[in-house]
Design a protein around this ligand. Structure first.
Ligand code: FAD
Length: 317
């Protein structure tokens, strides 16, 4: 079922989780072990991140180097199919532009359609680790909006391969990313929301936000969206913060602020157990406020600390 159908049928706040494909060489059991306890809460859907290849340099016998592309976390499409099969839950693959040609994207979309997956979260992706600026694949997309346009064309039966006449029409429900604290490259929040509006006008049907730790930023963002005639659901994304290291790590990776109250409480902690308690209480407070505000779905960036999400869910359900 489409994410938008889940939302329109619900009379209360729904929940969803995000997972990463395991690194190459690892089994899917790690995903099942992470999700098994959380399935008790009947998530409406589970999203699976997508990862571009990274370039590594391998020394050759003559001392020179070969530049090699490796994808450390392949398998987004396969994991979605496995989740649907294993848990009978809707899976939402993330699809990024970075590192992929339009033909490769089309092939991934065809696979998703064959598998009966009718949701896609359309994203641009970040630059590779060793590069500062995003550059598109020579035959790929510069912005998420271009990917949305490609998916929308496929929804009309228009394929990249021009010879295909009367191709089957897909029926993907497209979600996009939004940034309550603005995307780090954007000159200002107004311009960022203007581009978000363009993504919605191009066919996206809901927004999932970057993580935030101060709910007032989410509420202000939704208000700004509504003032900009963005009327689709805006799903808040939440991540548990559980260690002092994350106080500087999260802002530098995700370009979001940690509220002073939370940072100060964390700094007082003497050990990891205490920092987890502070992080869990903060997450619980955020969740309760968002439920009270009647948000359509709360999306958890489950990642490394599923037990924190579990404990919070136990307290709110
Ligand atoms: P875009 O919407 O293309 O925006 C990128 C920047 O360009 C913004 O500053 C925007 O304001 C600006 N912009 C947009 N359109 C235009 C235009 N037409 N002209 C000029 N400027 C424009 N990354 C991954 O690699 N894999 C994932 O699985 C993944 N999942 C994510 C899930 C969520 C919910 C979120 C919030 C982010 C995720 N990301 C993921 C990170 C994301 O790829 C990065 O934040 C990326 O830098 C931007 O992606 P986007 O889709 O928001 O880009």
């Amino acid at each position: 079922m489409k994410v938008t159908e889940h939302i329109s049928r619900a009379d209360k706040t729904l929940f969803s989780f995000e997972i990463l494909p395991p690194v190459k060489g690892k089994s899917i059991e790690s995903i099942f072990n992470l999700l098994d306890p959380l399935m008790e809460f009947k998530p409406s859907f589970i999203t699976v991140t997508d990862h571009r290849s990274e370039q590594i340099f391998k020394r050759k016998s003559d001392g020179s180097f070969d530049r090699i592309d490796i994808r450390k976390r392949p398998g987004t499409v396969g994991i979605c199919a496995a989740l649907m099969n294993h848990y009978k839950v809707d899976a939402v693959p993330h699809l990024i532009c970075g590192g992929f040609s339009n033909d490769e994207t089309e092939n991934a979309l065809i696979d998703l359609n064959f598998l009966g997956i009718d949701n896609v979260l359309a994203l641009r992706g970040d630059p590779p680790k060793n590069e500062k600026y995003f550059t598109a694949h020579p035959n790929g997309h510069n912005y998420a909006i271009d990917l949305i346009k490609q998916i929308e064309k496929l929804n009309k039966g228009i394929y990249e391969e021009e010879e295909i006449q009367e191709g089957v029409k897909t029926d993907f429900c497209i979600g996009v990313a939004g940034y309550p604290e603005k995307h780090y490259e954007s000159p200002n929040p107004d311009l960022d929301v203007m581009y978000l509006k363009k993504k919605i006008d191009a066919g996206a049907e809901y927004v999932t936000t970057q993580m935030f730790f101060d709910n007032s930023k989410y509420h202000a963002f939704v208000k700004k969206c509504r003032e900009t005639q963005i009327d689709v659901p805006v799903i808040p994304g939440l991540k548990p913060i559980t260690s002092k290291k994350q106080l500087s790590g999260i802002p530098s990776i995700f370009h979001v602020d940690i509220p002073n109250d939370l940072a100060m409480e964390m700094m007082k902690c003497k050990n990891e157990k205490d920092t987890e308690i502070v992080g869990e209480e903060w997450l619980l407070m955020q969740v309760k406020d968002l439920i009270a505000a009647g948000v359509p779905v709360i999306h958890f960036y489950t990642l490394g600390k599923p037990h924190i999400v579990y404990n919070v869910m136990k307290k709110v359900l």
